[in-house]
Design a protein around this ligand. Sequence first.
Ligand SMILES: NC(=O)c1ccc[n+]([C@@H]2O[C@H](COP(=O)([O-])OP(=O)(O)OC[C@H]3O[C@@H](n4cnc5c(N)ncnc54)[C@H](OP(=O)(O)O)[C@@H]3O)[C@@H](O)[C@H]2O)c1
Length: 330
Amino acid sequence: MSIPTTMKAVVVEQTGGPEVLQFQTSYPVPTPKNGELLVSNGISGVNYIDTYFRTGLYASPKPEVLGREGAGIVKAIGPNVSGFQVGDRVAWLTTGGYAEYTAVPADRTVHIPDGVSDETCMSAFLSGLTVLSFVKETYAVQKGDWVLVHAAAGGAGFLMTQILKSIGAKVIGTAGGPEKCALVKGLGADVVIDYRSEEGKKWVKKVKEATDGRGVDVVYDSVGKDTWEGSLEAVKRKGTIVWFGNASGPVPPIPLPKLSPKCVKIARPTLFGYIETREEFEFYTNELFQLLSSGELKTKVHKVYPLEEVAQAHIDLEGRKTTGKLLLKP
Ligand SMILES: NC(=O)c1ccc[n+]([C@@H]2O[C@H](COP(=O)([O-])OP(=O)(O)OC[C@H]3O[C@@H](n4cnc5c(N)ncnc54)[C@H](OP(=O)(O)O)[C@@H]3O)[C@@H](O)[C@H]2O)c1
């Protein structure tokens, strides 16, 4: 089938609320440049980071087609690309996923193995690579560690809880509401706290109780503004806090002396810093695909939204109405 000249895409011209997500039906199909592939996206991921680029919390050039990941079929190949052919089924990480076609750097693209569907791949791609690199490299989680995971029913949290349990860690998961908590418990979390309930607002106390007063070895905190102080209280002496997101807003600048009394280590990683080289990217994608192929890692799709309903996807995600991963059907 020949490649059309225009396509459906969601474009952001200026930063703002979900209303700035403009669904267009005659956006130009990109031409793959040097080192790039043109991918027809069967499915794309929606990630919390997309909302940061939409609001301007993270800077990016506008106008912009949002969306950091997609899966689909290679339709054309730019100059100086090796290892890919037209017709290959691939997943990619870059930008421009809220569209029918995306021109993506070949070095940010991998083949999806047979036995892993596009949808399964997208429900764990950016989120799963994040989790794998953060539990291996930001802090190397050990069997028996106590780990606190905030937003444990979310896209990243759902996968993190399972991966931590597979390492043999003891997991305390927080989540908002009884349904989300039941989901996290079902993943094998040792302790689950509904941090939005009256009782659960004292989550720091509960974490201390669960750990015999010591606190946890490591906190994975992607909620940020609303939880950072509690995370600092809940971590043990010589423990580590990994702040990796801003779901409630960014963590404010912290005076370093706050870390001294307990000799706490802090980290503020990004996935992209762990998969910069091709070798690193393949290391983590291979590990992820192995976990998905074997069925060891379960995925959960909250909903597949048609591309034109992307604003609703952002409203649901920011409204804390979702569990697992949100996907878009271009
Ligand atoms: N640094 C990196 O490289 C990297 C990579 C991937 C993801 N992340 C971060 O990881 C986090 C999870 O990403 P995701 O895409 O998987 O999203 P998600 O976890 O599916 O959604 C965010 C969740 O955060 C919780 N939350 C707490 N306070 C909130 C508030 N005030 N507003 C909205 N949500 C709130 C909600 O769960 P409850 O209702 O249970 O509280 C919500 O479902 C995000 O902060 C994202 O930026 C970072």
